[in-house]
Design a protein around this ligand. Structure first.
Ligand SMILES: Nc1ncnc2c1ncn2[C@@H]1O[C@H](COP(=O)(O)OP(=O)(O)OP(=O)(O)O)[C@@H](O)[C@H]1O
Ligand SMILES: [Mg+2]
Length: 333
């Protein structure tokens, strides 16, 4: 049974019971045989057709490039927030979204993906082996072609935002941060296109910083993916969600930074830190996510969404795959 939950008095992300109820119904994956050719990414099930893709954002959560489990309402939260950002950035670059037939689903324009992830960073941070902070701590003062000053501390704001491109790894492998010249040498992208993507990415990041500041958040860093459709550059995949971006609370950032404390985080870093504390940073068997962590993660995803959209998410407690299929295929039931 699908139960529509109307606007609540307190924000929904605080309604732990609601999140708990959904734990058993999370969308792990879909397997529709009549929606196009299925390509499963870590988070999205993509049904590829000639000019379009039916893109189902599942509740899967990945960290360190591995799928670890599911988080209630995560798929819907990602789509909702990305939709909001696509709207906020449409004057900077065209994007792939055509329709949103279901809270978890977009019909998108199929693009030729550009095989570079455009990472923009305003702060030096991270816990993964590929993070800017890890490299800096080891003494590296040039990160993907960007000179970094001496004497920086973890989570410090960079003098200027920087672009640190990475390759799009094939499934199961880790993305690799590289210099632009390395990308040219490998023939992944030509300098003119890279420059144009850098210009667009920087504008997108600046827009992100300013909108986040309005909501009391620091937009720390992010990743953009682009493709080409009919000769035009398109922003594809998703934009500025907590999966692709770090968000910190602005109000006590300075105070905490001065004391050497970690900022309060509204992003997936919370999950990464939990995993790292359990000794998992990408290799070996990942620990099983506890229900408590899944609920906390859900709450944080939803808090970011509601901070930006300023509307409570309309949530359906119940099996998400059934509700998707009944919308994509209304005659099946
Ligand atoms: N409009 C589009 N046209 C073509 N491909 C797209 C489009 N939008 C997104 N993609 C690709 O579809 C996939 C989306 O799935 P998802 O985000 O789960 O993948 P991922 O885990 O991030 O990456 P990977 O595919 O490497 O596993 C990505 O490979 C993304 O690059
Ligand atoms: Mg992706």
């Amino acid at each position: 049974m699908v139960l529509l939950v109307p606007c609540a008095i307190s924000p929904l992300y605080m309604d732990r019971d609601l999140l708990k109820q959904q734990l058993k119904y999370t969308l792990e994956g879909t397997d529709f045989d009549d929606q196009g050719e299925l390509y499963r990414g870590k988070v999205r099930d993509n049904y590829v057709n000639e000019d379009t893709i039916t893109m189902v954002t599942t509740d899967r959560i990945s960290a360190f490039d591995r799928v670890l489990g599911t988080v209630p309402f995560k798929g819907q939260a990602l789509v909702e927030l990305a939709d909001w950002w696509f709207g906020e950035t449409a004057d900077i670059v065209a994007n792939h979204v055509m329709r949103r037939p279901h809270p978890n689903v977009w019909t998108v324009r199929r693009c030729d993906p550009i095989q570079v992830e455009m990472v923009v960073r305003g702060y030096i941070t991270g816990v993964t082996s590929t993070s800017a902070w890890t490299a800096y701590e080891k003494g590296d003062r040039n990160f993907c072609g960007n000179e970094l000053p001496d004497g920086m501390r973890k989570n410090e704001k960079l003098p200027e935002p920087i672009i640190t491109p990475s390759t799009k790894a094939v499934q199961g492998e880790h993305d690799e941060s590289v210099t632009p010249s390395e990308l040219y040498k490998r023939g992944v992208i030509d300098p003119a296109l890279f420059k144009e993507l850098s210009r667009i990415s920087m504008r997108l990041y600046e827009r992100g910083v300013s909108r986040a500041a309005d909501k009391g958040l620091i937009f720390v860093d992010t990743k953009y993916e682009f493709g080409i459709s009919k000769g035009k550059i398109m922003l594809m995949d998703e934009v500025n969600t907590p999966d692709s971006s770090r968000y910190w609370m602005a109000d006590d950032y300075e105070k905490r930074f001065e004391k050497g404390e970690e900022p309060r985080k509204l992003d997936k870093e919370y999950v990464r830190t939990w995993l790292a504390e359990k000794g998992f940073t990408g290799d070996g068997k990942p620990p099983k996510l506890t229900d408590e962590l899944r609920i906390e993660a859900a709450s944080r995803y939803m808090e970011v969404v509601e901070s930006f959209t300023e509307e409570p998410m309309q949530l359906e407690v119940g099996p998400v795959d059934e509700s998707i299929y009944s919308i994509l295929n209304p005659f099946a039931y």
